[in-house]
Design a protein around this ligand. Structure first.
Ligand code: G
Ligand code: MN
Length: 284
C-alpha cells in the first residue's frame, strides 16, 4: 500500500455513512429479444478531492486496511434493498436479476453464506433475484474453498456467475464442475469478436462449452453493433455495454426495467456497425 493510498483510509471508513459511496446499475440485455433482463451493480466512490474513483482505485486500499467486510456488506445491503423495490414494477417475462461483484476476501469471511441467507430473508427476495459474481482469478486462488462456498450460496438461493471469464485459461476445463449459472465473458475478448481470429475462436469455444454445461453466457462491455451481431451469431445469451446503455442511477434503472428496454444512445448510427459507443453515463 503506497503512501498516497494510506491517506484514503479515514475517508473510506466514513464513506459508507456520508453518502460518498454510490451504486450505479448497468442494464443487461437478452440478445434474442433485446429486452432488459437485469442489471449489474457497479460501485463508485465520490472522493471530495480526487473525484470519482473506481473500485480498482480503492478496493486494494480497503483490503489492506481490513475494510472489505464494511464495504462489501454495505454493497450487498444496498443491492438487496434495491431488488426488493423491483417487486413493485410491472411483471416481466423473465425474472429480473441484480448482479453484484464479490471479492474473494469477502467470500472467505466465516459465516458469509449465513449472513447472505439472512439478507435474502429480511428483504424477502425470490430465489435467483440476487446474483453474485466471482472473478475467474478468485476461483483460481482457492478453488476448494470457493467451490464449497458457492455450493452453499446456491442452496441459499443466490444466482452465481464467473466474472471476467477467459482471462485465466486454466479454469476452462473445470467450468463444468462449478456450481454456477452463468459465465461473464471478459470484455478484452468481446473487443475482438468478429475481427480478431483468436478472440473470436475463444469466444465461440467458451459459448459452446458453457452451453454444453447448461450455463448461459453474458458478454461484457459490448460497444458496437458489429460485436453485438457476431455475438448473436455465436449464440451468446446476454450482453451489456455502452452500446445498449451506460451505467444508470438506480432510479433510471428502475424505469428501464419497468419499460423492459434499454436506452440506446441517440448517437448510434445504425448504418455503421463498426461504430463504437464509448463511455457515457450519469454525472456522479
Ligand atoms: O468485469 P467487470 O464486471 O468488473 O466490468 C465492469 C466494468 O466495465 C465497469 O466498470 C463498467 O463501467 C465497464 N463497462 C461497462 N460497459 C462497458 C463498455 O461497453 N465498454 C467499456 N470499455 N467498459 C464498460
Ligand atoms: Mn462483473
Amino acid at each position: 500500500m503506497g503512501q498516497l493510498d494510506v491517506d484514503l483510509v479515514p475517508a473510506l471508513k466514513r464513506s459508507v455513512e456520508d453518502g460518498s459511496l454510490v451504486l450505479q446499475l448497468q442494464p443487461e440485455i437478452d440478445l434474442a429479444s433485446g429486452g432488459v433482463v437485469g442489471m449489474e451493480a457497479l460501485l463508485r466512490w465520490r472522493h471530495a478531492e480526487r473525484g470519482v474513483l473506481l473500485p480498482s482505485d480503492f478496493l486494494p486500499v480497503a483490503a489492506a486496511a481490513g475494510l472489505m467486510p464494511l464495504l462489501g456488506w454495505w454493497v450487498l445491503e444496498q443491492c438487496a434493498a434495491e431488488v426488493a423495490t423491483w417487486a413493485a414494477l410491472p411483471p416481466a417475462d423473465t425474472p429480473r436479476q441484480l448482479w453484484v461483484n464479490v471479492a474473494g476476501l469477502q467470500l472467505a469471511e466465516p459465516g458469509f453464506t449465513d449472513r447472505v441467507r439472512a439478507l435474502l430473508e429480511r428483504h424477502r427476495l425470490d430465489r435467483g433475484a440476487l446474483g453474485l459474481e466471482v472473478t475467474e482469478e478468485t476461483l483460481a486462488q482457492d478453488p476448494t474453498l470457493v467451490a464449497d462456498t458457492l455450493e452453499e450460496l446456491r442452496d441459499a438461493g443466490v444466482a452465481l456467475a464467473v466474472d471476467d471469464f477467459g482471462s485465466w485459461y486454466s479454469s476452462l476445463a473445470t467450468l463444468g464442475d462449478l456450481p454456477v449459472d452463468a459465465v461473464k465473458l471478459d470484455q478484452s475478448f468481446v473487443r475482438g469478436v468478429g475481427s480478431d481470429l483468436d478472440d473470436d475462436t475463444i469466444v465461440a469455444s467458451v459459448i459452446r462449452l458453457a452451453h454444453a454445461r447448461d450455463l448461459y453466457v453474458v458478454a461484457e462491455g459490448v460497444e458496437s453493433w458489429a460485436e453485438s451481431a457476431r455475438l448473436v451469431d455465436l449464440g451468446c445469451d446476454r450482453a451489456f455495454g455502452y452500446l445498449f446503455s451506460p451505467p444508470q442511477t438506480p432510479e433510471r434503472a428502475r424505469a428501464m426495467l419497468a419499460r423492459g428496454v434499454g436506452s440506446r444512445p441517440r448517437t448510434v448510427d445504425l448504418t455503421n456497425p463498426g461504430q463504437r459507443v464509448v463511455g457515457g453515463g450519469p454525472a456522479l
